[in-house]
Design a protein around this ligand. Structure first.
Ligand code: PEP
Length: 261
């Protein structure tokens, strides 16, 4: 059975004022309702900054668009100044959380160990983690892409409860760091090669049935012009989109690019 695709917008620290977040959400919803009748072939997710989650959740209302956060704390509650827990995210309507984004790894020192702990916490708090992995340009040029990506994935797999995996509750986003926000998109062949290796790794660690349910997203300068060819690759089940998710028209074009078979 084909996995249900996922097109996810990572707004980062953008469109974070209430009016801007409402406007962007409203335009996405309006675009989707114009497509009514055409069954959406993929799930649509928006991940705005923490402070507007609640207001975006209200705007989304009963529509099919899902809400996610961009990070979360390891702990559920307590004396952790400045942190936001998974439980709190659930409480404002989140179903997903992005973990281990390269910006978190690079600027906030998130290690594989921290990402693994956060992954376990996401399950504990009822959220589906979108775990980001990917190599830097230096790592690619040194020929260590697979060593890096497989290390990052192997670190989180022990946090995955069997039940969650069976229910399609793990998403892995392959995001080559050199392609994020740079306009340098991976070629479909480069992306497909890593995605195929990730699927093989998942099969070897978790077995066919579970591995076949895990969705693999590509992220890194995906846009309205290049999405179709990337999304056609066999093991690419959707996209994690930064810059192009901030323009409703582009985000909707990417959603439309999701292949039908
Ligand atoms: C991202 O940050 O997850 C991302 C893919 O960004 P962009 O699409 O802007 O490269």
């Amino acid at each position: 059975m084909k996995r249900r695709g996922l097109i996810a917008g990572n707004w980062k620290m953008n469109s974070g004022l209430v009016e801007a977040a409402q406007e962007l959400t409203g335009s996405i919803l309006a675009g989707l309702s114009e497509r009514e009748g055409k069954k959406l072939l993929c799930e649509v997710l928006v991940c705005p900054p923490f402070t507007v989650l609640s207001s975006v959740n209200q705007k989304i209302g009963g529509s099919s668009v899902k809400l996610g956060a961009q990070n979360m704390a390891i702990e559920t509650s307590g004396a952790y100044t400045g942190e936001v827990s998974g439980l709190m995210l659930r409480n404002v309507g989140c179903h997903y959380v992005i973990l281990g984004h390269s910006e978190r790894r690079q600027y906030y020192g998130e290690t594989d160990e921290i990402v693994a702990k956060k992954t376990a916490s996401a399950y504990r708090d009822g959220l589906t983690p979108i775990v980001c992995v990917g190599e830097t340009l230096a790592e690619r040029e040194a020929g260590t892409t697979w060593a890096v990506v497989s290390r990052q994935i192997n670190a989180v797999l022990p946090s995955l409860p069997q039940e969650a995996a069976k229910q399609q509750q793990l998403v892995i986003a392959y995001e080559p760091v050199w392609a994020i926000g740079t306009g340098k998109v991976a070629t479909p062949e480069q992306a497909a090669e890593v995605h195929t290796s990730i699927r093989k790794l998942l099969v070897s660690k978790l077995g066919d049935e579970v591995a076949s349910k895990i969705r693999l997203l590509y992220g890194g300068s995906m846009n309205a012009a290049n999405a179709a060819v990337l999304l056609q690759q066999e093991d690419i089940d959707g996209g994690l989109i930064g810059g192009a998710a901030l323009k409703a028209k582009d985000f909707l074009t990417i959603i439309d690019s999701y292949p039908s078979a």
